[in-house]
Ligand binder design. Structure first.
Ligand SMILES: [Zn+2]
Length: 96
């Protein structure tokens, strides 16, 4: 088997779940997720609509804070709800 093939298999085996991504999402988006798994987070966000949406909501909030304006209430609520769902283990497999 080629080295590339081994790397691919290895990568697949380490695919992250929504819950795993959710745990590190804010760190990742803040550029503070200093891990060799960071590319896995990015890959997950590209294929998972739900996590991609959460990422964009969080980015919106960061933008708003950077400009010293109030983030949209619905964005804050969504983010909090997402966090609570993860904390309760309500998020499982991809693609729901
Ligand atoms: Zn996901």
């Amino acid at each position: 088997m080629s080295i590339l093939g081994i790397i691919r298999r290895h990568r697949d085996a380490r695919k992250m779940s929504c819950a795993e991504v959710g745990e590190v999402l804010q760190q990742y988006l803040d550029g503070e997720y200093d891990s060799d798994r960071a590319p896995l987070v990015r890959a997950h966000l590209e294929v998972c609509k739900r996590c991609g949406l959460e990422a964009s909501v969080y980015t919106d909030i960061k933008e708003a804070l950077a400009h010293q304006v109030e983030p949209p209430v619905e964005s804050r609520d969504r983010l909090r709800e997402f966090g609570e769902r993860i904390a309760h283990g309500d998020i499982s497999a991809d693609g729901a």
